[in-house]
Design a binder for this molecule. Structure first.
Ligand SMILES: NC(=O)CC[C@H](N)C(=O)O
Length: 243
């Protein structure tokens, strides 16, 4: 059976491991470069990308993480994980931060604003709904969320969302500008929101199938989990902080 690594430096790694467990799959915590040799795929959780990058630097994890992505192993970044996987990031803290890279896009680190601007919203994601069944929509939990501004040709856009009018985009966003919040580029999956904080395991199940497609042995018999979409669709001031 596949063993999924979950980068466990900071952030929502326990929630990802719990979601995998609900699908009958073992997720193991990764903190050292050599631990990546024991896993066939990797989830990089949400949290705080600058802090995570500093910790990755001090554990000398960057070369092994970059190699893992380059080898074509399935990697999924949620929120801060998406930022770390991007080739270019704007809106970084002064001094910048290390990135793993591999995903050909430009991400804005905090486009949706601060913790107080966190929210839930229903997202239309036809690719995942057609692969995993259930309703057409997904609950996106956005916490100090990033957004993708630009992608290369090889990147498949899975979901977008109206850009916020908070002045963080240079251009005028009056004419319904949308930004990208979920993508796939070959072995890389990235979401600006947190599926691990919902009861819906379809994103995890899709990621496990990606591991299957890339020749890794994944779920032996997928467990059907009833899909519960209870999306409050409003600002949330009770979401985890993960700093
Ligand atoms: N929920 C999150 O992962 C927030 C990410 C945050 N915007 C960052 O820079 O890392």
């Amino acid at each position: 059976m596949a063993i999924v690594g979950v980068l466990a430096l900071q952030g929502s790694f326990n929630e990802h491991i719990a979601a995998l467990r609900r699908l009958g799959v073992k997720g193991v915590e990764i903190r050292k470069p050599e631990q990546l040799r024991n896993v066939t795929s990797l989830i990089i959780p949400g949290g705080e990308s600058t802090t995570m990058a500093k910790l990755a630097e001090s554990y000398n994890l960057f070369p092994a993480l970059r190699e893992f992505v380059k080898m074509g192993r399935p990697v999924w970044g949620t929120c801060a994980g998406l930022i770390l996987l991007s080739n270019n990031a704007v809106g970084q803290k002064s001094g910048g931060q290390g990135l793993i890279g591999g995903l050909n896009c430009t991400v804005h680190r905090n486009l949706f604003g601060s913790q107080l601007q966190s929210f839930e919203a229903e997202l239309l994601v036809p690719e995942i709904a057609s692969s995993e069944g259930g309703p057409e929509t997904f609950c996106g939990v956005f916490i100090r969320a990033p957004a993708i501004l630009e992608v290369g040709k090889e990147v498949q856009v899975l979901a977008d969302y109206p850009a916020p009018s908070n002045g963080l985009l240079e251009e005028n966003v009056e004419e319904e500008r949308r930004v990208i919040v979920a993508v796939r580029q070959g072995n890389i999956l990235a979401t600006a929101f947190h599926p691990e904080l919902t009861a819906d395991t379809r994103w995890h199940s899709y990621f496990l199938k990606m591991a299957d497609d890339t020749g890794e042995e994944a779920l032996s018999s997928p467990v059907a989990i009833p899909v519960d979409i209870s999306c409050v669709q409003q600002p949330r001031n009770d979401l985890p902080i993960y700093r």
